[in-house]
Design a protein around this ligand. Structure first.
Ligand SMILES: C[S@@+](CC[C@H](N)C(=O)[O-])C[C@H]1O[C@@H](n2cnc3c(N)ncnc32)[C@H](O)[C@@H]1O
Length: 184
């Protein structure tokens, strides 16, 4: 922000968003007695909360005020984050238990160049690598992490689609009550 530096220990907004989403509801008032450059206030505004900040350094107060005025209260952010928080966690193994995938099924990257086989225990295997969809995806790309749900694809009706599609379908099935009896 113009002329003023961010706080040296400014907190990531994503972290604050997780805290506020798990501990408050839209419309609640959030008090941060060590406001710094106002991360709490900016995130509170974006998530439809009220806020009160206490800060002794004028410079940080000026920065915080500008920053919060620039933050948009976005219904979309609120809804996206809230839905993410509320989404039921689906372990990869459930795709097997619910018949979306069979042991031995082939997963590939989006281009169909790298592949791995699904094991009955919910791990996947390729070459010397064996582990979760995330771990093996990261190892193959030499990356620190990987979202296996979007990295791995399967052929469905002749099209290469991410396994995340199956996760979404299974979640919808369970939430509608169609598959809940088999989930422990
Ligand atoms: C770790 S920083 C907070 C950083 C903030 N979470 C952010 O993201 O920008 C703590 C802040 O508390 C303020 N502070 C410490 N003691 C205070 C006091 N007694 N009254 C008011 N502010 C105080 C400091 O000036 C400092 O900016």
């Amino acid at each position: 922000m113009d002329g003023v530096k961010a706080h040296p220990t400014q907190k990531p907004e994503a972290l604050l968003a997780r805290v506020l989403l798990s501990a408050s509801n839209p419309g609640d008032v959030i008090l941060d007695p060590f406001f710094g450059t106002g991360t709490t206030g900016a995130v509170a505004k974006k998530l439809g909360r009220q806020w009160i900040g206490i800060e002794r350094e004028k410079e940080y107060i000026t920065y915080a005020i500008k920053r919060i005025s620039a933050a948009e209260a976005s219904a979309e952010d609120t809804i996206t984050l809230a839905n993410k928080r509320e989404e039921m966690r689906i372990p990869f193994g459930w795709l097997l238990e619910h018949g979306f995938l069979k042991p031995g099924a082939e997963l590939t990257d989006a281009k169909g160049k790298l592949s791995a086989k699904v094991h009955a225990d919910g791990n996947i295997i390729t070459g010397n690598h064996r582990g979760s969809i995330h771990k093996v995806g990261a190892l193959l790309q030499n990356a620190p992490s990987c979202n296996g749900w979007t990295y791995w694809h399967v052929k469905r009706n002749g099209k290469n689609v991410p396994i995340d599609d199956m996760r979404r379908e299974l979640r919808a099935q369970i939430e509608s009550g169609a598959g809940s009896a088999t989930i422990q």
